[in-house]
Design a protein. Sequence first.
Lengths: 295, 132
Amino acid sequence: MPKRFVASMVAVAVVLIFSACTYAQEQEVARQPGAVYDFDKKGEKPGPAPKRDLSGVWEPAAGPGAGIHATGAGEMPSDGKAEHELPYTDEGRKTFMAHKPTFGITQVPSALTNDPMPGCDPQGFPRILLHNFRTSRIIQTPQNVVILYEFNKKWRTIWTDGRQLPKDPESPTWGAPDAPEARWWGYSVGKWTDDYTFVVDSNGFDDRTWLDNAGRPLSDRLHVTEVYHRVDDVHLDMTVTIDDPTMYTKPWVALKLRLRLQKPGLDIREMECAPSETQEYNKEFANPAAGIDGK
Amino acid sequence: MKYLIGLTMALGLFAGSAPLFAHHGSAAFDTGKQVVMKGTVTKWFWANPHCFLSFDAQDENGNVAHWVVETSNPPDMINRGWTKQSFKPGDQVTATVEPVKNGQPVGRLLQVVLPDGKTLYASKGGNPGPGN
């Protein structure tokens, strides 16, 4: 074969390969500056699940909106349907009706809400899971699992060193020298029940928080169980169960969400609750929308 | 480019699977009503809990009303191709708005045509819908 022809073909191949790489790279950068999400694709075949590994950056597999449940817990939204009626105790129903959320069947205009969160009070746990579950990073250490949450830049620690949850829900503490205190984010311990299933138990909550965005109540007797099941190399299934004998007559499943592993270099966007920005929003928009003259 | 547009729409579809006005619901809005207005931008507020666009629009009688219309928060709007630099004071835009019930010049921004003719959609798949 003539050398000139071979050289030409090599040159064409080099150009084609370079163009493909450049195109892919350009598409990668142009797709979403700073945050290139991976979502589930048809026909893909994930690899096997790693053992005892939750670490990484996780995003709802169906897309960023799949973890946002504005009308209340994903499995039981506040939509008036009979199958979504929660098993309230009398206290639970009374407390729910006293809440004025901006979503759900008891919603009010935003300027009239008594939701503690819009004013930048902590949404706490488990509301971070049940309301605005967004991109999250899970870090495993020998002593604990730490989860960093995008929404309002929060984090929590799940202890895996064998410690027990606080025994007294009204005066929760890890023990001396820590004084008892209820926490916005509660106390959490976790353990592997098999090589692919991590179970977390939490209690000791500050009852100023709401359970979800629709104003469902919680009390200091709340116990939350999360089950994280590593399905394969890119999927993690999360299930959240609520057990609060003060507010509900029986436990109920609040959320089932499949998460997908993202590239380690994914930049989790900043979402902060800044009181000054909230005030400006209320002054310019929320108050006029509700007919309140705050100017 | 086609890939970017397709992905933007796909993300919009995914992101619209649940209401993204996640802090503030529909109680104040005249759900389903849409008003289209030409106006001059005075402010673009890019922050939590919601971004909002302020603009002056003239009605058929020549009276100027100062409108304030909200979108979702910055991370959600980035998914739809909006940025902190999408607007500047003085921009001439055409806004489609779902107004509030009480008659105030306040509403939810559904879509907006920029000075260069490009349209930005605040909700899923390019289809403006209340609460999405």
